[in-house]
Structures are given as structure tokens and as C-alpha cells.
Write a protein that binds this ligand. Structure first.
Ligand code: NAD
Length: 454
């Protein structure tokens, strides 16, 4: 679409739809969600192929982290939507008696969702599920860095969802900027903090609220009493899924000094059991999304001692699962979010120093602790900040729709998943309703009875 000429009439059409009330009924919302599920089911092969083209995702990984995830998101939402839409009664204070008070969820209006490239289906469509469930009209802007998936979205969505309520607009930075110049009722952006700041600035022009799903350096802390085989396997899975391009992947590991050697051995065993000794031939190992990201990542490899991996191939945008040790805390690989298959492993003398290390840095999106001691895990949970925490595993918290997902501080603001997504795209309107049959005079001037008491 030619954005400049078509954007304003398109926004007008969406607003007209919203004001007309089409998106309000429960039946309409459910119909859209079911249509979305049908689209995912009918075009599963094409969708998995697009993920393969953009990111080298195997079908199994594409299903596990994108399509399967979306199907359960949709069915959870359909199952609970009627209850979420109901007004929520609260008690009435004596001073305002008789009467009733309640919270009435209402849609926000026309919302913008800017997706990210690393999970180009899940991170575009899961916010869409929440926005439709809440009864909004939606403009979707897929990431241009996953072009096969973005093209497919622009082709399929108009065939399945109500065009007068949902529009897909493809394009790069300029398109995003033109979209951001429009007045939306909410913007959800998933991506890096640099663009996140631009989104928030643009939103401020219209006083539009934002949800920013950003990133950061998510640490994994491994204490000496952890089960090393399982810990290494779970860290390796969370790290090298999607070739490390996961916003909640462990960015670096802080391991207890006494178990550094056995932990590194267990990590190597885990990597080789997943991808063999040559990950470039592994079906379940992805590629780096772009030449620019590939170059950035290759630059990190010599910033420490190579404990594992280190091979790369420009033509296939391949970087081997790589583990670095002896990394300086002030080196770029420990200053910037890695967002790729390189894992620095640093040692710490004890839990207190791990906590201090984490607290000295930006609040991360995710934090992982590994220990058999629930006391240590509790201490780690209570004494650090993070958007989300998972103990003795990685990433799995994403599977629980009852846990809200989102960052804190530089890792983001706002949250979604399950009911939290519905709430993000709704306004909880406070309503008090009073009858006419009781109207004592003392609340009205002249306040004679009050004055006598003063
Ligand atoms: P990015 O920040 O470059 O964002 C890409 C999107 O922003 C695209 O849609 C692009 O068109 C748009 N954009 C680019 N420049 C723009 C500009 N000047 N003005 C307006 N829009 C612009 O993406 P990235 O940095 O490659 O993404 C990686 C980051 O995303 C990582 O930090 C990662 O942790 C984070 N992330 C977070 C989540 C989450 O759910 N919290 C999920 C995935 C990725």
C-alpha cells in the first residue's frame, strides 16, 4: 500500500467502524478469533515455510513457538472472553448509599500493533488476539526484517478477518513513522529500546498510551547446588532456540566458581545432544535474521576465551552455538543485549555477589535462577528486579496465560497474555449508578447541619 496517500482515509474508515459499534458484541469478537484460528490452520504449511525462509526455523520449532502458541492463546481467550467482558462489581460506600458501583471494561478504539521479526507470527498475532478480544479496530505493522511472513500476513488477513476493522500495513522505518504520526487510542510496540523511545515520543503528541515490549540482558544464575545436567540442558534450550534471537533468552550466565568446569562440560553435552557436533547441518538450528545482525554478532566472538563453538558462515548467516569465558564486564558483549547465539559465562563467588551484579545493571526482561535451595531462589526473587522470573527453567513461564508478560524499567512497560492482554487493550471504566428514591437534603447547600458541628 502507498502509505502517504492511503493512510488517512484508512484511519477514517477504521474509526467509522469503531464508532458504529461493529466490534462491540461478544459474537463478533469470537467470530474474528475463530477466523484467525482457521487462517492459521488452513495455511499452516505456508506459514511454516515463511518462518523457515525468514529465520531458518524448523517446522517443529515454528509450531512450538508460534503456531501452537497462538492456537492455545486463541482457545484460552475464546473460553474466558464472556467472563472478562462482564462488569466487575465493587462495594458501595455508605456515604453513596443506595446505589451500585462497578468497573465496565470498554474497548479503547483504533489501536496500532508493531510486531518484531524474531517471532514474526506470535509477536504480531498474540497482541492482535488481545486487541480483538477487547473489541478494538486494529492496524498491524509486521516487521520488515521477516519479509516472507510479513507478505503472507498482508495476503491472508484480509481473507479471514473483517477488513473494515483490521488492516495490515507493510513497510519499513518510514512506514512506521507515518503510522506513528496518526492518532491511535493505544500503541503496542515490540522491539528494541531505541525505537521504543521513538514510539513513545510520537505517542506523546496525541497523548496515546503505549505498551512497550522491549529487551535487555536477561541473566541466568547457576548456584553450586543446582542439578548441572538439567540446568545446562534448560539453559541451552532457552539460549539456542531460534539461534538465540529470543527476547527472553538467557543473555549471560553467572555460575558459581566451584562448578564452572562441570557446568561448561554439561553445556557442551547439551548443545551437541540438540544439534550434533556441526550445528550448520542441524535441522533444528536457525539462522541470523539479517546480514547486519550477523556482522554485529560475529564482532562479539573474540571478546572472551572461546569455550565452545565460534564458527560462522556469512553466506548462510550461520553462527555456531558459542560459549565465551573470561569476558570483561565492561566489554560490548556484556554491555549490549546479545540477541544471538553467543553466551558469555562469568563466575561469581556466591549468591550475594550475583544479586549485586544484577542490581547494578538495567532491570532485565527475564531472570533465571538455578538451585535446589528454595531459600536461595526466594532470596534471588526478592532481592532483584526483572520483568519476569523463572526458577530452575528458562522460557517456560510463557506457557502460563495466567502470568502476565512484560518488562520493567528499560525492558519495557505494560503487559499482556491471557486476561492481562484483554485488560491492556481495554479501559476499565468506573461506573456508579444511583436511584432517585432516596435524596436527603443534608448534602446540598446551605450546609446548616454541618456548620452547627464545626
Ligand atoms: P527494532 O527495534 O529495530 O524494531 C523494529 C520495528 O521498528 C520495525 O517494525 C521497524 O519498521 C520499526 N522502526 C525501525 N526504525 C524506526 C524508526 N526510526 N521509527 C519508527 N519505527 C521504526 O527491532 P530490533 O531492535 O531488531 O528488535 C530486537 C529487540 O527487540 C531486542 O532488544 C529484543 O529483546 C526485543 N524484543 C522484545 C520482545 C518482547 O516481547 N519484549 C520480543 C521480541 C524482541
Amino acid at each position: 500500500m502507498q502509505v502517504t496517500s492511503e493512510l488517512e482515509p484508512l484511519m477514517e474508515r477504521l474509526r467509522h467502524t469503531y464508532v458504529g459499534g461493529l466490534t462491540r458484541p461478544h459474537t463478533w469478537r469470537i467470530k474474528q478469533l475463530k477466523q484467525l484460528a482457521l487462517m492459521l490452520e488452513t495455511h499452516e504449511t505456508e506459514l511454516l515455510e515463511a518462518l523457515q525462509t525468514d529465520l531458518g526455523k524448523s517446522n517443529a520449532e515454528g509450531w512450538l513457538t508460534e503456531l501452537g502458541y497462538l492456537h492455545s492463546d486463541i482457545s484460552h481467550t475464546c473460553k474466558h472472553l464472556r467472563r472478562w467482558m462482564k462488569p466487575h462489581a465493587v462495594s458501595q460506600p455508605l456515604m453513596a448509599w443506595p446505589g451500585k458501583s462497578f468497573l465496565q471494561p470498554e474497548p479503547l478504539g483504533v489501536v496500532l500493533i508493531i510486531g518484531a521479526w524474531n517471532y514474526p507470527l506470535q509477536l504480531l498475532l498474540s497482541p492482535l488476539v488481545a486487541a480483538l478480544a477487547a473489541g478494538n479496530c486494529v492496524v498491524l505493522k509486521p516487521s520488515e526484517l521477516a519479509p516472507a511472513t510479513a507478505d503472507l500476513m498482508a495476503r491472508l488477513i484480509p481473507d479471514y478477518l473483517a477488513n473494515e476493522a483490521v488492516q495490515v500495513i507493510n513497510g519499513g522505518k518510514e512506514t512506521a513513522q507515518q503510522l506513528l504520526a496518526q492518532r491511535f487510542d493505544h500503541i503496542m510496540y515490540t522491539g528494541g529500546g531505541r525505537v521504543g523511545r521513538l514510539v513513545m515520543k510520537a505517542a506523546a503528541e496525541h497523548l496515546t498510551p503505549v505498551t512497550l515490549e522491549l529487551g535487555g540482558k536477561s541473566p541466568a544464575v547457576v548456584l553450586s547446588d543446582a542439578d548441572l545436567t538439567i540446568t545446562a540442558r534448560r539453559i541451552a534450550w532457552g539460549k539456542w532456540l531460534n539461534a538465540g534471537q529470543t527476547c527472553i533468552a538467557p543473555d549471560y550466565v553467572l555460575v558459581a566458581e566451584s562448578i564452572k568446569g562441570p557446568f561448561l562440560d554439561a553445556l557442551r553435552d547439551a548443545i551437541e545432544s540438540f544439534f550434533g557436533t556441526d550445528a550448520s547441518n542441524a535441522e533444528d538450528y536457525g539462522k541470523i535474521v539479517s546480514e547486519q545482525h550477523w556482522q554485529r554478532l560475529v564482532g562479539y566472538i573474540d571478546q572472551g576465551t572461546l569455550s565452545y563453538g565460534g564458527e560462522y558462515d556469512r553466506q548462510n548467516r550461520f553462527i555456531e552455538p558459542t560459549v565465551l569465558t573470561d569476558v570483561a564486564a565492561d566489554s560490548p558483549v556484556m554491555q549490549e543485549e546479545i540477541f544471538g547465539p553467543i553466551l558469555p559465562v562469568l563466575t561469581i563467588p556466591n549468591l550475594a555477589s550475583a544479586i549485586e551484579f544484577i542490581r547494578e545493571r538495567d532491570k532485565p526482561l527475564a531472570l533465571y535462577g538455578f538451585s535446589r535451595s528454595s531459600r536461595s531462589l526466594q532470596q534471588l526473587t526478592e532481592q532483584t528486579h526483572a520483568g519476569n522470573q523463572c526458577n530452575n527453567d528458562t522460557l517456560m513461564f510463557m506457557l502460563n496465560p495466567k502470568l502476565p508478560f512484560g518488562g520493567v524499567g528499560p525492558s519495557g512497560m505494560g503487559r499482556y497474555h491471557g486476561k492481562y492482554g484483554f485488560d491492556t487493550f481495554s479501559h476499565q471504566k468506573s461506573v456508579m449508578q444511583r436511584p432517585f428514591w432516596f435524596d436527603p437534603k443534608f448534602r446540598y447547600p446551605p450546609y446548616t447541619s454541618f456548620k452547627q458541628k464545626l
